[in-house]
Design a protein around this ligand. Structure first.
Ligand code: KG4
Ligand code: ZN
Length: 334
């Protein structure tokens, strides 16, 4: 089966082709340079650039796979959650192709894309598994029983992990997105330099809260500035990163223990963080957990994961009608 995947939920316009479960092309046009000027994603600008990019990105994905539209068996497009104006560009594009070329299509939840992105890697977990999705919009723990059966166990109550990285970078005067730059600077910092708080919440809670640690970094920065002290940026980055990573690792492992699950998957943009990957790898063996880290190239937003999640839907004979709409919040979190 030949599937085209399309993703336009935030600031990446992406398209990928999957042939019988194997990736034939994976094209990503990132708008990071555009939004960096404003310190974060500007929705209207994102929509406009998706509109400019969608045709060449899809064409490049088809070219790299050596295919034309006529050879597609199906298409998968991100339906939500995300910026509705941005989502609608991908969705309308796919609907139009579907109508003209009579190719069936499915709508994919962006979070399900992240949940199943682990199957794009060489090592594939067996069901059931516990999955952490840590991204710019979500920090959630799921029990995943099959390609279509997911149970939400915990979620962020305020800032998502990636959002906290982005906000902390901003207050340190570092460019958007914060995660990559903070993790690079943290390499030269001392993780124990500043004791930023860890929000464990109630002992059995699998929810996350990262707004406290963000505020604590802001207070530290303000105190240093008031006292005319030079900011020890690498130390702040390393200490902040450690506070976030520790909570993500601990709670995900706690979820696995609570549900008696041995396979653990780490996905989403923040899963690209080297320290987070290192901490998971360090702690999982002692608890008898088998760790599956999503390959780096599939952690941040891409259309390969959307094509793959769509392929599973086609296997289950799902297709969509033309009146389906984009959504900004995900139903799988409700
Ligand atoms: O999954 P993703 O590409 O988009 C969303 O679905 O939100 O995640 C983007 C987020 C951003 O907040 C970015 O700062 C964060 O992932 N991120 C990282 C790293 N690389 C990207 N966070 C921490 N460390 C990284 N190396
Ligand atoms: Zn994402």
């Amino acid at each position: 089966m030949i599937i085209l995947g399309v993703e336009s939920s935030c600031d990446e316009t992406a398209a990928a082709v999957l042939i019988d479960g194997k990736l034939a092309s994976n094209v990503i046009n990132s708008q990071i340079e555009i939004h960096r000027l404003y310190g974060g994603v500007v929705p209207e600008l994102a929509s406009r650039h998706h509109l400019q990019n969608i045709y060449p990105v899809v064409q490049a994905a088809l070219d790299q796979a050596g295919l034309t539209l006529d050879e597609l068996d199906g298409m998968a497009v991100t339906q939500g959650p995300g910026l509705v104006g941005a989502l609608l560009i991908g969705l309308s594009f796919v609907k139009a192709i579907s109508l003209v070329k009579k190719i069936p299509y499915v709508g994919v939840d962006h979070l399900v894309g992240h949940l199943l992105s682990v199957f794009l890697g060489e090592r594939k977990p067996e069901f059931p598994f516990i999955a952490l999705i840590a991204s710019g919009g979500h920090s959630s723990i799921f029990l995943v029983n099959s390609t279509f059966d997911y149970q939400l166990l915990g979620r962020s109550r305020d800032d998502a992990a990636g959002e906290a990285f982005d906000k902390v970078a901003k207050l340190l005067g570092l460019p958007y997105p914060g995660g990559p730059i903070i993790s690079r600077l943290a390499v030269d910092g001392n993780r124990q330099a500043i004791a930023f708080p860890r929000a464990w919440l109630a002992p059995d809670s699998l929810d996350f809260s990262f707004s406290g640690v963000k505020t604590s970094v802001a207070n530290h920065v303000n105190a240093c500035r008031k006292a005319n002290l030079e900011l020890a940026v690498p130390d702040i980055c390393a200490s902040f990163q450690e506070a976030v990573a520790e909570v993500l690792v601990h709670k995900t492992m706690q979820a696995a223990a609570a549900k008696g699950i041995k396979n653990l998957v780490v996905a989403g943009g923040v899963a690209a963080n080297p320290r987070l990957r290192e901490l998971f790898a360090e702690h999982c063996p002692a608890k008898g957990l088998t760790l599956f880290l999503v390959p780096l190239e599939f952690c941040t937003d891409n259309a390969a994961m959307i094509a793959l999640a769509g392929a599973y839907q086609f296997e289950n004979n799902k297709t969509l009608s033309y009146d389906m709409d984009a959504y900004s919040r995900t139903p799988i979190l409700q």
